[in-house]
Design a protein around this ligand. Structure first.
Ligand code: HEC
Length: 114
């Protein structure tokens, strides 16, 4: 019995430690003005894939060109094609391209204020 209670307590303690972390990781920034200036990939908003987009897009223009954004996935998709076909961007590996597209449509997608 004592053992059981201890086990439960430990599980709850572990949950309590994990929950606030998850909550803050999911807090999404929805406009350029709210991106912290000391964020290492500023002006991009934090999110999975930010590093790929940062290094993949900064070679040719300001990332403010990217954070104007607010495009749907389909539009970002076309923009990436346009960048490769007409602007000399190196074709990203398919899985990297997917990561970029996920990031762009999730974090700088429709509803984003650039
Ligand atoms: C090889 C160079 C190059 C790379 C790399 C590049 N771009 Fe571009 N991009 C351009 C050029 C050139 C323009 C047009 C001039 C400008 O707006 O600066 C442009 C314009 C844009 C625009 C504005 C389009 C419009 O409607 O005017 C967006 C959005 C954009 N790029 C997104 C990206 C994203 C996202 C990436 C990374 C995945 C990226 N670019 C990487 C060259 C590049």
């Amino acid at each position: 019995m004592t053992k059981h209670v201890t086990g439960c307590g430990a599980a709850i303690a572990a949950l309590l430690m994990v929950l606030p972390l998850q909550a803050s990781a999911e807090e999404r920034i929805t406009r350029y003005a709210d991106v912290p200036q000391d964020f290492e990939f500023y002006p991009l908003p934090p999110g999975e894939g930010v590093e790929e987009v940062y290094y993949g897009c900064i070679a040719c223009h300001s990332l403010r060109t990217v954070t104007n954004g607010g495009y749907s996935r389909a539009v970002w998709d076309e923009l990436l094609d346009w960048m490769v076909e007409n602007q000399g961007m190196m074709e990203p590996e398919p899985d990297i391209r997917n990561v970029m597209l996920d990031y762009l449509s999730t974090y700088i997608g429709e509803g984003w204020e650039g």
